[in-house]
Write a protein that binds this ligand. Structure first.
Ligand code: PMP
Length: 453
């Protein structure tokens, strides 16, 4: 077998077989529950992609609190995945639990604004320096709605995204560069529209490609994560965003920053922390402490353009908004989360622990002389199978190694540590302790030892 990274692939596969056997032996209750559930759940799971974890069958969760959760077999885990960011401020944070308990007897949804709506929008404005807000139930929805508003406001029909991006189940973004050509992702199911007609894709960190695309004059907006986090982690090169924002503005396009993951950078997200000036911003997943909710904000100027677009359209369906969006329950949760959980103090704690984690991972990788790197974006840390972080989506795709990834994930899981599937991302939350980090580091080190020798 090949020895990419100097790792013996037969050794990787033998370790995987041992870890799978161990998982099966340790999880009889999860196995039983999975078998029973499969009688009525399509694919055996409530969401088909839950089968794509490294485990032989899904791990069933019984309860979660703070930085920990327990499975149906009674094993306790330290969580570094936090529902891929949905629970990044800890599971069931007390202020959110209290707010939703209070709301539990006061109604959930009425298709009318609740008393929390105004204060929530005011707090979002303060944090993100954008004055006007709307809500959705998921970041996917929020991104979809923003694209609709911005196409309507600009009268331009194209959006520009970066190769390898992910912004949720937003059809427009599933266009990749393959051999330098925009190509619709072939894994999409049931997609009948030609996405390449209205989506332009360029590599991240490549200013000439961005400029050439914008110069066509038909791009309504650029939709981007400020650091790409969904194909491993791709940081912007120094000066990239300053120049990119200037180009976007010069060519009359708008910038939408999706902070759903990069909210790990600070209470106002990456854009605020790094002096970016987006026209619109999307935030989802953890904004209401894990209760389904998302929000998007506009500058004053964009808000006026969006209002004009709405006023000049005939009455009827806009294609924007869903019945339960901005419901009373989500608003109560979001208010409590913003006021009492996503605090400056919580971020200070998370940054210190993420630094401990990133430095510890780097040290373990260096000890084993592996050509891997570690990238930290606030409370979010990723290890990647290359000596330095990738510069764009093509590079990031090339270094992915799902066999290696899966064995590391399963090894950690069997020892009570959960990290984010489908890449190598670890989050810390306000309840994570230095001892939790030490435990992760020592098991990670043991895993590398097994793989390397
Ligand atoms: N934006 C980004 C940057 C994301 O990473 C994701 C999901 N991973 C989404 C949007 C979509 O979030 P959701 O699945 O909650 O709609």
């Amino acid at each position: 077998m090949g020895t990419r990274d100097g790792l013996d692939r037969q050794r990787v596969q033998a370790l995987m077989a041992a870890e799978r056997a161990d998982y099966i032996a340790r999880h009889p209750a999860s196995a039983r529950l999975a078998a029973t559930a499969a009688q009525h759940l399509l694919f055996g799971v409530p969401m088909h992609w839950m089968n794509d974890w490294s485990t032989p069958f899904p791990l069933t969760v019984r309860e979660a609190s703070g930085a920990r959760f327990r499975d149906a077999d009674g094993h306790e885990y330290i969580d570094f995945c936090f529902g891929d960011t949905g629970a990044m401020f800890g599971h069931a944070p007390a202020p959110v639990a209290q707010a939703i308990s209070r709301q539990a007897t006061r109604g959930y949804t009425a298709m009318l604004p609740s008393e929390d709506a105004g204060p929530v929008a005011a707090e979002l404005s303060r944090r993100f320096a954008l004055p006007y807000w709307q809500f959705a139930l998921s970041a996917s929805d929020a991104n979809r709605f923003v694209l609709r508003w911005l196409r309507a406001a600009t009268g331009r029909d194209k959006v520009l995204v970066f190769n390898g991006c992910y912004h949720g189940t937003v059809d427009d973004v599933f266009v990749d560069l393959r051999g330098g050509l925009p190509t619709q992702r072939d894994s999409l199911l049931g997609q009948v529209h030609r996405l390449t007609d209205h989506t332009v894709v360029v590599e991240f960190n490549h200013l000439p490609a961005l400029e050439a695309a914008l110069a066509q004059g038909d791009i309504a907006c650029v939709l981007a994560e400020p650091v790409m986090t969904n194909i491993g982690m791709i940081p912007p090169q120094p000066g990239y965003w300053v120049a990119a924002q200037e180009l976007i503005r010069r060519h009359g396009a708008l910038l939408v920053i999706d902070e759903t993951h990069t909210i790990s950078s600070g209470p106002g997200g990456y854009a605020r922390a790094h002096g970016m000036r987006p026209d619109a911003l999307v935030i989802g997943k953890p904004v209401a402490g894990g209760i389904p909710c998302a929000a998007y904000g506009f500058t004053e100027d964009l808000a006026r353009r969006v209002e004009r677009a709405k006023r000049s359209a005939p009455p009827g369906h806009s294609g924007i908004g869903t019945t339960l969006s901005a419901n009373m329950f989500a608003m109560a949760a979001m208010r409590a989360n913003l006021e009492h959980v996503m605090t400056d103090a919580a971020y200070r704690h998370m940054f210190a622990l993420a630094k401990q984690l990133a430095e510890g991972l780097r040290a373990a990788i260096a000890r084993r002389r592996l050509p891997w790197c570690v990238t930290q974006v606030g409370a979010r840390t990723e290890f990647q199978f290359a000596a330095s972080a990738p510069c764009n989506g093509s590079e990031a795709h090339a270094i992915m190694d799902s066999e290696l990834e899966q064995v590391i994930h399963l090894y950690l899981l069997n020892r009570g540590l959960l990290i984010t599937p489908f890449h190598n991302m670890l989050l810390v939350c306000p309840d994570t302790t230095p001892g939790d980090i030490n435990r992760l580091l020592s098991v990670f080190d043991a895993c590398l030892h097994e793989l390397r020798l």
